[in-house]
Design a protein around this ligand. Structure first.
Ligand code: ARG
Length: 589
């Protein structure tokens, strides 16, 4: 469906043309002076240069022509040549009526379906999730949903950090603690036990200890490297204990991501490409792309136009070991083979920007990925505490995501349980939904690349630019609609009509018209924060309308039905926005 601003622009373009000027000057935007007008066209200013004529003269001539347009209820020229516009009630409501009947409220689904792979989450096995992992999960999930909303195919891949030294460290630590385990017995040829010899709680203690120890104890570090090698070389016992680590850790990760309503189609990891690395290395060598530099195998990725130094992409270390690079490149190769995606979108900390630049250049240059495939890195900023420093626990430790989420769930349950008549179960389920909106909206409402302050109190507030405020608004709409039905009304019978009762009514209608434009923009820029900003504005204009208008008490039945249709539309749009963001509203709260 056409965008509302495009429709308005068509009217002004025609007026420019009729007045003898270039029709491209007739672009209309939302007014940046809402106190003066609703929309504005600044084309006369640009036209002044083109036609060497005072902008006010051009504006006056165009305004004269615009008087005939049915789109505007008022057209005013303001020095030096602004054309200030108010939209007519008929034109506005007609558009909204069309939106209500359209698929996805006028969002045009892509004519050509593309295939997107979204690489997000990226947790490391055996290490607990911390608050930094929140961003990748929440932003990536939302981007995936936005892509799908636009009618494309999207596959989310968690890309587990499940290979390399981090695994060797854990295995070395287990071996040191329990050297008699059968996994370490070279002569063992029976079945390995089905149960892991550790719990997830144990694992979470093992990794940080082992990591710290390897930094001060050279012998232990060597042992960890030897364990890594044995694992990668396919030692049966080491692979078996690694499988336990994977199972225990992945079960726990699934639980954590479930709690965030984050779902991955693929649970692939670095380990999955281990076996294709030799093939890739051969390909890079045979193609003449990779060469040995100071013992290591590298591919040059610098380009003439570079303004900063882009180091070569290292494929293998001098001891032949693979690196983070290696697995990412091999993963690209496998993704091409298995899915041939049009896009691969990576959502990681923005400090990995240079890294991805190298990987992308290497993949493109060497043809590991198809020419058509666009590789995109979305880098996000840091989650800070109120002191502006990276978010920590009270005693300065790394904040575990699980504890953070639990804490917010508990506080929200307390908030929801007080002063409301709700069963315990209901309060629990409602507070979980509200808490999730607090966390996700708190993150997503910031432009991804910026750092933000994780302010639990503010995020949980029912007022202001927060998830709970949005949910509260949605619940308000739901309950009005419910009452309308209880009073015998039929929502499907209601239609937006052309009567506009007051300024806030018009504001709500105007806000609604911007929906398809906004969603398409959010998709093109992979920018969930744009949906958040829209949703917040929508909630505000709705609440003003609600406070200034008798809805259910309206005596004119037709007008009441028109309000109900508008509420239904507002609700539908808000729910689609929330769906794209990855949270939803309860029926009451
Ligand atoms: N596991 C990595 C880390 O903790 C993040 C993985 C990001 N995705 C990727 N394809 N490299 O830094």
């Amino acid at each position: 469906m056409e965008k509302f601003l495009e429709k308005l622009s068509k009217e002004t373009a025609l007026a420019f043309k009729e007045a003898g000027y270039d029709e491209n000057l007739g672009k209309v935007g939302v007014s940046n002076r809402p106190d003066l007008c609703e929309y504005q066209c600044n084309g006369a200013m640009a036209g002044a240069k083109l036609y060497k004529k005072a902008p006010i003269m051009i504006a006056n001539e165009v305004a004269e022509k615009l008087k005939e347009s049915k789109a505007f209820s008022s057209v005013e020229v303001c020095p030096p040549g602004f054309i200030n516009l108010n939209v007519s009630d008929d034109f506005l409501t007609e558009f909204v009526l069309e939106m209500s009947a359209a698929n996805k409220y006028g969002v045009e689904e892509a004519a050509e379906k593309k295939m997107y792979m979204v690489d997000y989450g990226g947790p490391n096995v055996a290490k607990p999730l911390h608050v930094g992992h929140l961003r990748s999960a929440v932003i990536g999930e939302s981007i995936k949903r936005i892509i799908r909303y636009m009618g494309h195919e999207a596959i989310g891949d968690i890309h587990l950090g499940d290979w390399g030294l981090q695994m060797g460290l854990v295995i070395a630590a287990i071996k040191e603690e329990q050297p008699d385990l059968v996994y370490f017995d070279e002569n063992f040829d029976g079945e390995y036990p089905a149960e892991a010899p550790f719990t997830v709680g144990d694992l979470e203690e093992i990794y940080p200890k082992a990591s710290a120890k390897s930094k001060v104890d050279a012998a232990f570090k060597d042992e960890a490297m030897a364990c890594t090698k044995k694992l990668q070389d396919g030692d049966k016992g080491y692979r078996a204990i690694w499988k336990h680590i994977m199972k225990v850790s992945v079960d726990d990760l699934k639980k954590n991501y479930d709690n965030l309503n984050v779902n991955f189609e693929l649970w692939k990891g670095e380990s999955d490409v281990h076996d294709v690395i030799p093939e890739m290395v051969k390909y890079l060598k045979d193609g003449g792309f990779a060469y040995i530099s100071e013992g290591a195998l590298v591919v040059d990725v610098k380009e003439e136009t570079d303004t900063k130094e882009i180091p070569p992409c290292m494929i293998l270390k001098s001891d032949g070991a693979s690196l983070y690079n290696t697995t990412d490149l091999a993963t690209i190769m496998v993704r091409k083979r298995d899915y041939n995606p049009d896009y691969i979108v990576y959502v990681t900390d923005k400090r990995q920007e240079l890294y991805f630049e190298q990987v992308f250049r290497c993949a493109k240059k060497t043809g590991l990925v198809d020419k058509k495939t666009e590789l995109v890195h979305i880098g996000f900023g840091t989650v800070n505490g109120k002191d502006g420093k990276p978010f920590k626990t009270r005693d300065g430790g790394v904040m575990r995501l699980e504890y953070l989420v639990n804490d917010i769930n508990e506080k929200m349950l307390e908030k929801i349980s007080t002063g409301r008549e709700m069963s315990k179960e209901e309060a629990e389920s409602v507070s979980k939904m509200v808490a999730l909106s607090a966390i996700k909206y708190g993150d997503l409402s910031n432009q991804a690349s910026k750092d933000y302050i994780f302010d639990t109190e503010r995020f949980m507030s029912f007022e202001g630019d927060t998830g709970p405020y949005l949910l509260y608004t949605v619940v308000r709409i739901k309950s009005i609609l419910k009452k309308f039905v209880e009073n015998g009304g039929n929502i499907d019978d209601c239609k937006v009509m052309s009567t506009i009762s007051n300024a806030s009514h018009k504001n709500l209608l105007m806000k609604i018209t911007g929906y398809n434009d906004m969603i398409e923009g959010a998709f093109e820029e992979f920018a969930p924060h744009r949906i958040c900003a829209y949703l917040y504005d929508l909630a505000n204009v709705f609440n003003s309308f609600y406070h200034e208008t008798k809805i259910l008490a309206e005596e004119n039945e037709e007008l009441k039905k028109s309000y109900i249709a508008l509420l239904k539309l507002t609700l539908g749009i808000a729910e689609d926005c929330m769906e794209c963001l990855g949270f939803s509203a309860p029926d009451k709260m």
